[in-house]
Design a protein around this ligand. Structure first.
Ligand code: UDX
Length: 446
């Protein structure tokens, strides 16, 4: 195996910060680079600039080892590193479903200009298939070291809320390489995980790029499948929760990612499937994944259907109705509000004249910045004061644990829409709540 490489991580957002911190804890000398000076200053000072359970403790641990540094100078990164991980974002373009490659291209070009010796550049960002081939060209034609610089692809599957666990104990590692030398470098860069016998798939560059988008497409499809079944349940009086439970016992199907409700959001699944559809169309194979359009459409419909259900709970009109909206983040244990179904619902309710009071345990600051027109409460009690309908939109444990009797004393009307199937309908109905959830029988006990 190659000698222990010195590592740089380019882009210290969610993915890059976690990767840099974990690599230092695993024993590597790491330099994290970002153009955002405030972010770099925070990290260097031991502060994680976003909410992720367990990561602040890992950052302190990494900084204590003296192996982790942060900076803004890409020339220093080129000088320092043997293996450079590209972790910058590929957000959806403003006017198209395509992924915006500006940041990836810029960081690879800037780094390449300074690469004067043999090095491996490893892509981790989620990109359109074919990017690695293009970046190889770009790297080798720009770098003073020419084809001494190689490119590999190592997609990242980490979930928000579980970032540390997913990085330290991944389900699998995927190494997309174009040479034995590149493979040896990757093996050296992941030696502690390989010793722990993490499964490894060694493959070519386009397959490695595709693994990530196909994994996310599959997960999105699974969620939209159960939500499509929920729609059928809604018109037949069947119960999607029991349906999902029955399906989950078949090990070929499995129960994970089969939770019906408000659907998926966040910075990955929605934009990744749209960018994938777009890319396959560019390549002339759009028909192969045309079902993903339906996956997206089913998912978007959940938001309007949840609003419809809340309106019906409010007696047919939302004008002037006070709604307690529990949740803003796209999922629990995260302060991320990108494409958050909860906030979409809150805004749709407000657009119909409702007075919406939002409370989320972690995402308030982000939500307030993005949507200053909504009303924000300091806690569940304030959000619920005099509410005519309660809508549970993100399934934080704090909301699961709410005592229906306690909440019942605060609201004006005991009506609740459980957008995440997080509550026990029996307990809530026993406390005289009119409990409703999409895809569930109105009252199976009645
Ligand atoms: C996802 C992938 O899981 C991860 O592998 C990839 O690297 C990045 O994208 P993340 O966006 O953090 O991770 O969230 P995830 O836990 O996958 O949830 C995505 C969305 O699906 C959330 O909005 C969640 O509420 C929703 N979801 C998930 C469901 O509606 N039902 C489910 O059964 C599971």
């Amino acid at each position: 195996m190659a000698a222990k490489p010195r590592i740089t991580v380019l882009g210290t957002g969610y993915l890059g910060a976690t990767h840099a911190i974990c690599m230092a804890v695993l024993g590597y000398e790491v330099l994290g680079i970002d153009t955002d000076e405030a972010k770099i200053a925070a990290l260097a000072d031991g502060r994680v600039p976003f909410y992720e359970p367990g990561l602040p403790e890992m950052l302190s641990k990494a900084l204590e080892t003296g192996r982790l540094r942060f900076g803004t100078d890409i020339a220093e990164a080129a000088e320092f590193g043997d293996v450079h991980f590209v972790c910058v974002g590929t957000p959806q373009m403003k006017d198209s479903p395509a992924a915006d490659m500006t940041y990836v291209d810029a960081v690879v070009t800037d780094l390449a200009k300074h690469l004067t010796r043999r090095a491996l550049v490893v892509g981790k960002s989620t990109v359109p298939v074919g990017t690695a081939a293009r970046l190889t060209q770009l790297l080798q034609s720009t770098a003073p070291a020419g084809d001494q610089v190689e490119l590999a692809w190592n997609p990242e599957f980490l979930r928000e809320g579980f970032a540390v666990e997913d990085t330290m104990r991944p389900d699998r590692l995927v190494f997309g390489v174009a040479s034995d030398w590149a493979l040896e470098q990757l093996q050296a860069a992941f030696a502690p995980l390989l010793e722990a016998e993490v499964p490894v798939v060694v493959t070519d560059l386009p397959t490695a790029e595709l693994v990530k988008v196909s994994a996310n497409s599959f997960l999105a499809t699974k969620i939209s499948f159960i939500n499509a079944m929920a729609e059928v349940c809604e018109t037949t009086g069947a119960d999607v929760q029991q349906l999902a439970a029955a399906l989950s016992f078949d090990p070929r199907i499995g129960g994970r990612f089969l939770r019906p409700g408000l659907g998926f959001g966040g910075g990955c699944l929605p934009k990744d499937i749209r960018a994938f559809i777009h890319r396959t169309e560019e390549l002339g194979v759009g028909q192969a994944v045309s079902f993903l359009r339906e996956v997206d459409a089913i998912n978007q419909r959940r938001r309007q259907r949840t609003v419809d259900l809340i309106r019906s709970q409010a007696g047919g009109s939302l004008a002037g109705v006070t709604i307690c909206a529990l949740g803003a983040a796209f999922k629990p244990d995260s302060d991320d509000i990108r494409d958050a179904p909860a906030l979409d619902v809150a805004r749709l309710l407000q657009a119909e004249g409702a007075i919406v009071r939002v409370y989320d345990p972690q995402a308030m600051e982000n939500a307030r910045k993005a949507y200053p027109d909504l009303h924000y409460a300091t806690g569940v009690a304030e959000a619920a004061e005099g509410a005519q309908v309660v809508a549970l939109l993100t399934e934080w444990d704090q909301f699961r644990d709410i005592d229906p009797e306690w909440l019942g004393e605060i609201v004006a009307v005991r009506a609740i829409v459980d957008g995440r199937h997080a509550l026990d309908p029996v307990a809530w109905r026993a406390a005289s709540w009119d409990y409703r959830a999409l895809g569930r029988a109105v009252d199976p006990a009645a």
